[in-house]
Write a protein that binds this ligand. Structure first.
Ligand SMILES: Nc1ncnc2c1ncn2[C@@H]1O[C@H](COP(=O)(O)OP(=O)(O)OP(=O)(O)O)[C@@H](O)[C@H]1O
Ligand SMILES: [Mg+2]
Length: 577
């Protein structure tokens, strides 16, 4: 896609505030004109009043200059205020859209994309767009008007001198373009390094415990240092180029000053120019080079913004949605779950699930067992509709779940994972997940039923106790119980447990088992378990092997079969003893 297409896409965000932006441009022009008038008025003061010793006139023109300064001051402040206001509003709109878009993306997207990259979209890239408006578009208009007015005034005052004085200008423009481009390429690289550093940091932070346990600190920091070194080198080069560009333009602007002195001087001596002309020309040539001096900065802001626009565009174009149907069905759900000849693969041509047929009816408890990587959690992912099957159907109460809204079916389900997700907040927040419709009574009733109420009451502030980030200040078992209470307050029809009873001591296991029993009462339960002792009483056990259902039956039947389940069971049994 061409750059202009990316820009087009974001224009509506800007035109939404067109009035605000139009006013800021008007005030920008007012401030430029008033600043441009000052050298011109100074010339009048020198030539008309100082040289003729006219004090009255000098006072009048001084007042005019004072007014110009006042207008300049006020209009500049209004312009900056309005530009910033528009910029902040546009950023807010964009962030809102990006966040909502992100929240709705399919789970599969997040398993591929590093979260550091996604965060950069919402923070940096949006900020770059803001820069585009405040320091890019508006400032560029300001620069152009300064150029136009400066050139206009000098040609108006003395065209012959003006023609001589602007001779170094084309050279300066050429330098700005050539060096500006080189600089931009370097800054592009610098930005890539920043993204790499962010991703590295983010990955290290999320794996810090592992890194420390396995003594991988040096390896990790070496990788980081390498990126930091590349960043430093490129950044230095980019800065040097920028300094060279600035100095080149400075020298050319001094050349213009010298030309004013020499030729302006000669003309004054000959009587075809005045001292006032020289003074005004000195001021205008200074202004003339200002925009070129900053042009490279503006160029960089523009490039930055375009590269951010591309990234934002491709993020917004990310279509990996699990979409809702146009006419979703809504009906009372009993909670019968059925998988009907389901085939599924995460990666093309490498099937994860093959012809899965599975049934869990209301009030029944089914179990899914199998070796690691067999595809058990994948079945749960499909039931929750984090992914859609390649073929076959997942049905609830006999209806394909794609015919419901995702929200609707998920509202009947609760999932409890081994790795319980606990976030920073109070115990209560962790149970309700911030849903204010759930009353305190319901919370306490759920906690009592699960058997975690007494524990919570022993905490310093009971239900209002703050849990540290990721639940660092409570134990595994306690986290587990809190997650049961969380599942219970949502009164799910279908309960999915993924390895819920692994990794706790026997005492806690008993408490958890009791809690679980309460949790499963009167619901469809699908339990994915490694510890076969916990599923002896299941109504049906499915043994998954390499993505297929290898066996199914009750605990007794399967033991009698002496096949895979028997193998799994005796393996665990011998481990325990
Ligand atoms: N997001 C993903 N992208 C690609 N492949 C995946 C993804 N998630 C899982 N897989 C692969 O799919 C297969 C089944 O994974 P799944 O998580 O369902 O196994 P599991 O039976 O739950 O194993 P465990 O008992 O270890 O939890 C594995 O080979 C796994 O590597
Ligand atoms: Mg799993």
């Amino acid at each position: 896609m061409k750059n202009s297409n990316y820009i087009k896409r974001f224009i509506p965000y800007i035109t939404k505030y067109k009035l605000l932006i139009a006013f800021s441009v008007i005030f920008l022009l007012v401030s430029t004109i008033s600043s441009m008038l000052i050298p011109f008025l100074s010339k009048q003061a020198i030539d008309k009043f100082i040289s003729t010793k006219n004090i009255q006139g000098l006072i009048h023109i001084s007042i005019l200059i004072g007014i110009a300064i006042g207008v300049l001051f006020i209009s500049k402040i209004i312009q900056i205020y309005m530009t910033n206001l528009a910029g902040q509003r546009i950023m807010k709109d964009l962030r809102h859209i990006l966040f909502a878009h992100m929240e709705n993306l399919a789970v599969g997207f997040f398993s591929r994309e590093p979260s550091g990259k996604i965060i950069t979209r919402v923070t940096n890239d949006v900020e770059n767009m803001n820069q585009l408006l405040s320091s890019g578009i508006v400032a560029l208009l300001g620069d152009l008007s300064i150029l136009a007015f400066s050139i206009g005034f000098i040609f108006y005052i003395n065209p012959r001198l003006a023609a001589i004085v602007i001779l170094p200008m084309p050279v300066a423009i050429l330098a700005a373009i050539l060096l500006g481009e080189k600089m931009e390429r370097l800054y592009e690289k610098v930005r890539d390094f920043v993204v790499k550093m962010n991703i590295r940091m983010q990955e290290t932070l999320s794996g810090i415990i592992l890194i420390q346990i396995f003594g991988a600190e040096k390896r990790e920091s070496d990788k980081f240092t390498e990126i930091a070194y590349g960043y430093r080198k490129t950044f230095h080069k980019a800065q040097m180029t920028s300094i060279i560009l600035r100095q080149t333009i400075n020298i050319l602007s001094y050349t213009s000053i010298v030309l004013v002195i020499i030729f302006g001087g000669l003309m004054t001596i000959k009587g075809i120019a005045t001292i006032g002309t020289i003074v005004a020309f000195l001021a205008y040539t200074q202004r003339l080079y200002g925009p070129l001096r900053d042009l490279s900065d503006k160029f960089s802001i523009l490039q930055n913004a375009i590269s951010s626009m591309k990234k934002l565009s491709s993020f917004l174009d990310e279509k990996e949605f699990i979409s809702d149907p146009e006419n979703p069905i809504e009906k009372d759900i009993k909670g019968d779950v059925r998988l009907n000849h389901v085939y599924f693969s995460y990666v093309k041509n490498s099937p994860t699930l093959i012809d899965i047929n599975l049934e869990a009816s209301h009030g029944k408890k089914i179990a899914i067992v199998g070796f690691t990587g067999a595809g058990k959690s994948t079945i749960a992912n499909l039931i929750l509709r984090f992914y859609d099957p390649d073929s076959g159907t997942v049905e609830i109460d006999g209806t394909d779940i794609r015919k419901f809204k995702k929200r609707f079916i998920r509202s009947f389900m609760a999932i409890v994972l081994q790795n319980v997700f606990i976030f920073k907040g109070t115990v209560k927040d962790n149970i309700t997940l911030g849903n204010e419709k759930i009353t305190d009574e319901e919370i306490i009733r759920a906690a009592k039923k699960i058997g975690v109420h007494d524990f919570i009451m022993r905490l310093p502030k009971g239900y209002e106790t703050e849990i540290a980030t990721e639940g660092a200040n409570i134990s595994q078992g306690e986290r587990q119980l809190i997650s049961f209470a969380r599942a219970l307050v949502y009164k799910p029809k279908i309960l999915l447990l993924d390895e819920a009873t692994a990794a706790v001591d026997t005492n806690t296991e008993e408490i958890i088992e009791k809690g679980l029993k309460k949790l499963m009462e009167g619901r469809t339960s699908i339990v994915i378990a490694h510890r076969l002792s916990t599923i002896k009483n299941a109504d049906m056990i499915y043994v998954i092997n390499k993505g297929r259902i290898a066996e199914k039956g009750t605990h007794k039947e399967l033991l009698k079969n002496k096949k895979l389940y028997y193998e799994l069971y005796t393996m665990q049994f011998s481990q325990i003893n």
